[in-house]
Design a protein around this ligand. Structure first.
Ligand SMILES: [Zn+2]
Length: 236
């Protein structure tokens, strides 16, 4: 950050599903909120496919997952949670999705936006991403640059009173190329509590342990007890 610029105080997290943000960056979000930032989540899908229970319906699940995500947001201290409502598991990086994300960026004017990686990393071998995650990452990056800052793109957003906004940095989660590390040691209990708010999705017995271990492994790379890592993309 340049010396003459205001410190960051507004964050946004754009993810595909309810619970993605908790898995990937809730320690950082807990820290931002504790430090007085305004933080908003934008969830692209409705989470309507995330159950193997034969008694469960998509309609019931949408309600359950929205409530769980709002509960997690209350634990973290989010300013708002926005549900774009696209059907789970069918997400594509369309112009419509790009516009919907750009609308929220213009509305909430974040300094930093956290997004998932749009890249499918075959080389890693042990993890193949959900297609919704790739689509959300691609649409979010395109919404940040150039759509949110370009006056003449989607002029209907201007008609809604939403002026262009320049995001100052993007932090991409989930890659092996992290160069931005956040010390989340003091926020682990809050982050795990937020994760466990997703009762329909998260193993209440083991999830906390998996979550902590991931932060310990990341922290080891940079001499922190618990850390979350991101690939940082600054916009000048
Ligand atoms: Zn997901």
């Amino acid at each position: 950050m340049a010396e003459n610029e205001e410190p960051f105080r507004r964050g946004m997290v754009v993810m595909a599903h309810p619970d993605d943000a908790e898995w990937s960056c809730s320690g950082t979000v807990a820290r931002w909120c504790a430090e007085g930032w305004d933080v908003v989540y934008v969830l692209c899908t409705d989470g309507s496919k995330g159950s193997s229970d034969p008694e469960m319906t998509s309609e019931k699940l949408v309600e359950i997952r929205e409530k769980e995500q709002r509960d997690a947001g209350n634990v973290l201290g989010l300013q708002d949670v926005v549900f774009l409502g696209y059907p789970d598991s069918y997400l594509e990086p369309t112009l419509e999705l790009r516009k919907d994300i750009a609308r929220e960026i213009r509305r909430y004017k974040p300094d930093v936006v956290i997004v998932g990686s749009p890249g499918r990393d075959i080389e890693r071998g042990y993890y193949v991403s959900h297609p919704d995650h790739l689509a959300a990452g691609e649409a979010a990056l395109s919404a940040i640059f150039p759509t949110a800052r370009d006056r003449l793109t989607f002029p209907e957003l201007l008609d809604e009173g939403l002026e262009p906004h320049n995001v100052r940095e993007v932090w991409v989660t989930g890659g092996d190329n992290s160069d931005q590390f956040v010390d989340v040691e003091a926020y682990m209990d809050t982050a795990v509590k937020a994760l466990k708010a997703h009762k329909s999705q998260v193993d209440q017995e083991n999830a906390g342990e998996w979550f902590r271990q991931g932060r310990i492994d990341t922290g080891k790379k940079v001499g922190m007890a618990y850390a979350e890592g991101f690939k940082r993309i600054p916009f000048g």
